[in-house]
Design a protein around this ligand. Structure first.
Ligand code: BES
Ligand code: MN
Ligand code: ZN
Length: 505
C-alpha cells in the first residue's frame, strides 16, 4: 500500500481521482461554501452525521465529478484517539466498495499527532493476513492519498507515520505466521532480509556459538525441540560511531507448548504468538531502515521452540546461565525468562545506553492489565517515564508496575542461585524480578506484552504492538540527542510534531 501526502482543499478534494473519498470533520458546525462542506453541514444539522468520533455517513455519487463513494466522518474532539476511531470506521465503511484508490481528506488542518493517527488507522483497517491462506481476498486498497491544508508542514510526521505503519505491518505478519511457517530458522532468515536495508547488519548465531558463549539457560529451553535454535543480532548504525546504542531484546519462542510442564489444550494454538516480542524488534528495524534516524540500535532475538521430548529439560533441572548464575527450573513453562536472561547478559557487550526487553512473558500480566496496556517494569525513572510518554504519544500505551525487592523472595532455591518461578501471586512482577537479576549493569526496562501483542476470538491476530511505542521512544531519543541531524526533517517554527525534548534516558 502506498501513502501520499498532498495539500488539498475540500473543493479540490472532490476532483481527486479516487474510488472512495473520506472527509473528516471536526466538532461543531461545519463552515464553508463548497459543495462537500454544505452537504456535511446539512447532514450534521439533520442528525445524520452526529458529532461523535467514529460516526460516519456513506454516500453514493453524491456530487458531480466526485468519486463513486464518499464517506463523511466525524472527528469528535480531534484528539489522536478520536482520529483513530474515525478513520477506522470510515475506512471500514469505504472498504465495502473495494476501492483501489482511497483519498482521506481533513476538512480542518490536523496537528502532527492527528495526522500520524490517521495514517496508522488507515493502514490497520486495510491489513489482511494472506500468507498461509488460499482463498482470502487481498485488501483492494493500493493507494491512499492523505489531504491536508499544508502538506509541507506535516511531511516529517507523515514520513514517520508511514514508516511506523510499515514496521507494524511487518511485526503483524511475522506474529501471525503459524509456528510451522515461522521456525527459528525462518525467523532468522527474515532478520537477514532486514540486513539488506541501509545501515542495518544482521548476524545469526547457532547452537555451537551459544554453547561457546555459555548460554546454558537458552540452550536448555531449546534442547527439547528438533528445530534448531537461532540467536539473531541486528545492528542499526544511524548515529555516530561509538555512540552507546539502545538494545532491544525480543522474546522469540516460535511455539510454547509449556514443555514437560505442559500447557492445557484450549487455545494452545495462540502460543504461536509467543514470538511477538521478537516480531516487534523486527518491525522496529524495518521502520528504522526506512526512516534512518540518527541513533544506534541493537536488536537481540533468542529464538527457539519450547517443546517436550526425551531431551527436554525437566522440573528440578538446574541450568547455568551465561551470567554464571545458576537457575533451578521449577516450571518448564516459565521459559521466556530463561532465554531472555542469556540475551540480557549478552547485551552487556554493547555498553548500552538502555536495554529494553519485549516479551509475551506472563499470563499474570494479562490478568493484571488485559489487552489495553502493556506492563512496563523499570527501576530507572527517566527511562520508565520516556517509555510511558512514548506509549501515550503513539496510542500504544503501557502502565508502570512495581519492582520492590520483596517480590523476589519467592524466587529463592535450595539447589541453585534462583528458581525460575515464584508462587502465583504477582506473577508478572516476579517474572520481571527474575529478569532484573540479569540486567543490573545498564538502564533497563521490561515490557510484558502478553495481553497486548495479539487479539483472541473472532478478531484473532497479531496487533503489531509495541512497535509504535518503541519507534516513538527511539525517534524522540534521536531528535533529543542529535536534533536536526537526526534525519527527521526539522519542523518549521510553531509547527511542532507534538514531541517535546526528552530527558537523558
Ligand atoms: N508465553 C507464556 C505467557 C503467556 C501465557 C502469554 C498466556 C499469553 C497468554 C509464558 O511462557 C508462560 O507460559 N508463562 C507462565 C509462567 C508461569 C509458569 C510462572 C504463565 O504465565 O502461566
Ligand atoms: Mn511458557
Ligand atoms: Zn512463553
Amino acid at each position: 500500500m502506498d501513502f501520499q501526502l498532498k495539500t488539498l482543499t475540500l473543493s479540490r478534494a472532490v476532483a481527486e481521482k479516487a474510488d472512495a473519498l473520506i472527509v473528516l470533520f471536526a466538532d461543531g458546525a461545519i463552515a464553508g461554501q463548497d459543495p462537500l462542506a454544505r452537504l456535511a453541514s446539512e447532514a450534521r444539522k439533520a442528525g445524520d452525521l452526529p458529532d461523535k468520533a467514529g460516526k460516519t455517513l456513506a454516500l453514493y455519487k453524491p456530487l458531480a465529478g466526485a468519486s463513486r463513494s464518499v464517506v463523511l466522518a466525524s472527528l469528535g474532539d480531534g484528539k489522536p484517539a478520536s482520529v483513530r476511531s474515525a478513520v477506522l470506521a470510515a475506512v471500514g465503511a469505504a472498504k465495502a466498495g473495494k476501492p483501489k484508490r482511497l483519498a482521506i481528506v481533513f476538512a480542518q488542518a490536523p496537528d502532527a499527532a492527528g495526522l500520524r493517527a490517521a495514517v496508522l488507522a488507515a493502514s490497520e483497517a486495510c491489513y489482511v493476513y494472506l500468507t498461509t491462506t488460499s482463498k482470502a481476498e487481498p485488501n483492494s486498497v493500493r493507494d491512499v492519498l492523505v489531504g491536508v491544508a499544508d502538506a509541507p508542514a506535516l511531511k516529517a510526521a507523515f514520513d514517520e507515520a508511514v514508516a511506523t505503519a510499515t514496521g507494524i505491518e511487518f511485526a503483524k505478519e511475522w506474529g501471525n505466521r503459524p509456528a510451522n511457517h515461522c521456525t527459528p530458522t525462518v525467523l532468522a532468515d527474515a532478520a537477514r532480509g532486514l540486513g539488506k536495508l541501509p545501515k542495518i547488519k544482521c548476524e545469526v548465531l547457532d547452537h555451537k556459538d551459544i554453547v561457546k558463549l555459555g548460554m546454558g539457560a537458552f540452550a536448555g529451553v531449546a534442547q527439547g525441540a528438533s528445530e534448531p535454535l537461532r540467536f539473531i543480532v541486528l545492528n542499526y548504525n544511524g548515529g555516530p560511531k561509538g555512540e552507546a546504542p539502545v538494545v532491544l531484546v525480543g522474546k522469540g519462542i516460535t511455539f510454547d507448548t509449556g514443555g514437560v510442564s505442559l500447557k492445557p489444550a484450549a487455545e494452545m494454538d495462540e502460543m504461536k504468538f509467543d514470538m511477538c516480542g521478537a516480531a516487534s524488534v523486527l518491525g522496529v528495524f524495518r521502520a528504522l531502515g526506512e526512516l534512518q534516524p540518527a541513533l544506534n540500535v541493537v536488536g537481540l532475538i533468542p529464538a527457539c521452540e519450547n517443546m517436550n521430548d526425551g531431551k527436554a529439560i525437566k522440573p528440578g533441572d538446574v541450568l547455568k546461565s551465561m551470567s554464571g548464575q545458576t537457575i533451578e527450573v521449577l516450571n518448564t513453562d516459565a521459559e521466556g525468562r530463561l532465554i531472555l536472561s542469556d540475551a540480557l547478559t549478552y547485551a552487556k557487550r554493547f555498553s548500552p545506553a538502555a536495554v529494553i526487553d519485549i516479551a509475551t512473558l506472563t499470563g499474570a500480566c494479562v490478568i493484571a492489565l488485559g489487552g489495553v496496556r502493556s506492563g512496563l517494569f523499570s527501576a530507572d525513572d527517566a527511562l520508565a517515564s520516556a517509555l510511558e510518554k512514548a506509549g501515550e504519544a503513539s496510542l500504544d500505551r503501557c502502565w508502570r508496575m512495581p519492582l520492590d525487592d520483596e517480590y523476589s523472595e519467592g524466587l529463592k532455591s535450595n539447589f541453585a542461585d534462583m528458581a525460575n518461578v515464584a508462587g502465583r501471586a504477582g506473577g508478572a512482577v516476579t517474572a520481571a524480578k527474575f529478569l532484573q537479576k540479569f540486567a543490573l549493569d545498564y538502564p533497563w526496562a521490561h515490557l510484558d506484552i502478553a495481553g497486548t501483542a495479539w487479539k483472541s476470538g473472532a478478531a484473532k491476530g497479531s496487533t503489531g504492538r509495541p512497535v509504535g511505542l518503541l519507534l516513538s521512544y527511539l525517534l524522540e531519543r534521536a531528535a533529543g540527542t542529535a536534533g536536526a541531524a537526526s534525519g527527521r526533517a526539522k519542523q518549521p517554527a510553531g509547527k511542532k510534531t507534538g514531541r517535546k525534548a526528552r530527558s537523558a534516558a
